[in-house]
Design a protein around this ligand. Structure first.
Ligand code: HEM
Length: 214
């Protein structure tokens, strides 16, 4: 099992953070290059909406994978990257909404409200986006201190946001449900790995292997 070497991870943390940050900006570069090179296919606006949504979802999966990784590796090192990953979810979700408003709706705000009220997949997508907003705003250490125990309670909203996002992609998929179902499966596994029994299994295994070494 890959137990992270603590002191080494701490030493290199700031370098790793810069690397992860730059890596997380690559999808943005991909979108820019796609526009500049005109390589986004016959419907670039749709492709941009699709790609930005996919990346917001991928970063959400990475964010939600931090706790299971902490349990499996028995290292809290992963937690230092959660805030950045969560903010990238929000960053790509904001980009996704902007692309939708600018390129798909042509900045017709009344159409946005009509879509939110009339198209269920937009309703739930917007609901998820609204839930992500307070999480991004209160992601700083200062807010964490200020809110105390309420902070963890507030950040449980991520589960509701995830459920709404899954509904958002299932609802728009109509008949082609293969990809959304893969995402449902990934989220289900990430939720199962949070169960106390999983923590117990990995703790017991670590104890056994430590006893073996002595
Ligand atoms: C602010 C509200 C939102 C609006 C108005 C919105 C709108 C849209 C639209 C119009 C599409 C279709 C693009 C296409 O034709 O391929 C789409 C796709 C998608 N959206 Fe959103 N969205 C919203 C929020 C979100 C959020 C918060 C996420 C994830 C964090 C998300 C993830 C996705 C994904 C993954 C797709 C691609 C689905 C697929 O084609 O398989 N959306 N969204």
């Amino acid at each position: 099992m890959a137990v992270v070497n603590k002191s080494r991870a701490v030493k290199y943390r700031s370098y790793i953070k810069v690397f992860v940050f730059l890596f997380a900006l690559l999808p943005l570069l991909q979108l820019f290059l796609g526009v500049l090179q005109n390589s986004l296919g016959p419907d670039p606006a749709k492709a941009l909406a699709h790609l930005s949504g996919e990346w917001a979802l991928r970063f959400l999966i990475i964010t939600m994978a931090i706790t299971p990784l902490r349990i499996i590796t028995r290292s809290s090192e992963w937690v230092h990257y959660r805030r950045m990953m969560g903010l990238f979810v929000f960053f790509y979700a904001v980009l996704h909404l902007l692309i939708y408003c600018v390129f798909l709706l042509g900045l017709q705000w009344q159409d946005l409200w009509a879509d939110i009220l009339e198209r269920p997949y937009i309703t739930v997508g917007f609901g998820a986006w609204v839930l992500l907003l307070p999480l991004a705003v209160t992601s700083t250490k200062r807010w964490q201190r200020k809110l105390g125990r309420q902070w963890s309670r507030l950040h449980k909203l991520i589960y509701m946001a995830s459920a709404l996002i899954l509904l958002h992609i299932i609802w728009q998929a109509r008949s082609d449900l293969e990809e959304p179902l893969v995402y449902v499966l990934i989220f289900s596994v990430l939720m199962l790995l949070r169960l106390p029994i999983v923590k117990r299994i990995f703790n017991d295994r670590a104890k056994k292997s430590a006893a073996h070494q002595h």
